[in-house]
Design a protein around this ligand. Structure first.
Ligand code: BGC
Length: 434
């Protein structure tokens, strides 16, 4: 808790989180830094994307990181998740740029100096061009290229990192690259190549886990995308079977195959899917009930379903410690984001009260950024970014999150927002009775 902030008057009015809980937000290098010329994504977007959806300068965090971390600190965060852009550090095979290694040292040091715990992701979707030219993750050798990079950076930054994330969402990468083909290289690929990519990512994670632990005793994990699945009709056996298979494939297969190579579970949670029919192809979208989901959704059409995070946590509970490495909402309506935060954190609090070892939460995202192939329209940020001027403005939801962090839990006056009868403004402007 910030020493200048008032102490909570009585604990019974607060849904308390455990001591030393990590409260933060997440970003990834390509989405916020800007000018990542040397990546497969940059090359692809020059022809595949309209100008307004190209990354360009993004939020220019490459230059503005100090300003962003000052805000992070001001907003009370005690942890931050960010990633390295591999293509900057190793622009050609085996050649490491000292100036870029130094750049990231300054970035990480800036967080350390502010007493913010660092969770560092080593691969978040983009590849150096030279790796992509050799076949990217389809090439068996890539896990070795990645491993050499990991050895280098884990040695360089061992004193600055508190948590290591090897890979971000390998299954989402496979989905967007090969199944809906909205990501580079947008080429048709046989199922064999998808499977090969999956196993190469498995091998990359395992090697990276071992390599990092040669230099660092800090926990190593993965940021894995998990979804909550429910049947549309409770009595439908085929829908239950769909849930079972989807859960097995999407939520557990990667963790199962890499078991023994995780010090914690990193879970990115966004999506709830209701199954209407049996899965007949790899595509899950035809079995979504769009009509139902439209009632309470984000700007991307993702259903707001707080109970889903409780369900996923129960499913993963009682093994390793859990960090929610991402969870957030794309919305131009910040009231919706505020309610989202309170509702989802309430469910996480409920999971903790029922004995599940959740140790941290990273809201996606600290600031508005490039939402990959969708460009800059989706607004995930606690901090609004004006992409013309690069001006940062914390949204009211960031301040609500700050109040939660200061109380290390959800104070009573915010819990009132769990229902729908009360306006966010009304609660925030009322004199507080915790
Ligand atoms: C990814 C982020 C992405 C976010 C919202 C996650 O799948 O890790 O890079 O921006 O979801 O779509």
């Amino acid at each position: 808790m910030n020493s200048s902030s008032p102490k909570p008057r009585h604990d019974h009015g607060i849904l308390k989180f455990p001591d030393n809980f990590l409260w933060g937000a997440a970003t990834s290098a390509f989405q916020v830094e800007g000018n990542s010329f040397n990546t497969d994504w940059w090359e692809w977007e020059q022809t595949a994307q309209p100008p307004e959806k190209r990354s360009g300068l993004a939020a220019n965090q490459y230059e503005l990181y100090e300003e962003d971390f000052d805000l992070t600190k001001k907003l009370g965060h005690n942890a931050h998740r960010l990633s390295l852009e591999w293509s900057r550090i190793e622009p050609t095979e085996g050649v490491y740029r000292i100036s870029e290694i130094e750049h990231y040292r300054k970035v990480l040091t800036s967080l350390k100096e502010k007493n913010i715990k660092v969770m560092l992701t080593l691969w978040h979707f983009t590849l150096p061009k030279w790796v992509a030219d050799k076949g990217g993750w389809e090439n068996r050798q890539t896990s070795e290229y990645f491993n050499k990079f990991v050895q280098k950076v884990s040695f360089e930054y061992k004193d600055l990192v508190d948590f290591w994330i090897t890979l971000n969402e390998p299954t989402v990468y496979i989905y967007h690259t090969y199944i809906n083909r909205q990501w580079p290289s947008s080429k048709k690929a046989w199922i064999g190549r998808q499977v090969q990519t999956f196993f190469n990512l498995v091998s990359a994670h395992k090697k990276a886990y071992n390599s990092i632990h040669k230099h660092s005793s800090k926990p190593v994990g993965l940021a894995h995308n998990v979804q909550s699945f429910t049947p549309f009709k409770m009595h439908s056996l085929t829908q239950h079977l769909s849930v079972y298979l989807a859960d097995l494939i999407n939520n557990h297969s990667f963790y199962f195959i890499t078991r023994g190579h995780h010090d914690f579970y990193g879970l990115n949670y966004y999506i709830h899917t209701r199954f209407k029919n049996f899965i007949t192809s790899q595509k899950l979208s035809p079995v979504l009930d769009k009509g139902l989901q439209a009632q309470n959704v984000s700007d991307l059409g993702w259903e707001i379903y707080p109970q889903g995070i409780f369900d996923v946590l129960s499913d993963f509970g009682n093994h390793l410690p859990i960090y929610i490495t991402e969870c957030g909402i794309a919305s131009t309506n910040d009231d919706r984001r505020t309610r989202f935060l309170i509702n989802y954190l309430h469910e996480i609090g409920r999971a903790i009260s029922s004995g599940i070892n959740v140790k941290g939460f990273f809201y996606w995202s600290l600031l508005d950024n490039l939402e990959w192939h969708l460009g800059y329209d989706p607004k995930f940020g606690l901090i609004e970014v004006d992409f013309e001027t690069q001006k940062r403005t914390p949204r009211p939801s960031a301040k609500v999150y700050q109040q939660i962090i200061e109380h290390n839990g959800i104070p009573h006056y915010l819990l009132k927002l769990l229902g729908h009868g009360i306006e966010v403004e009304e609660v925030l402007n009322k004199p507080r009775d915790i």
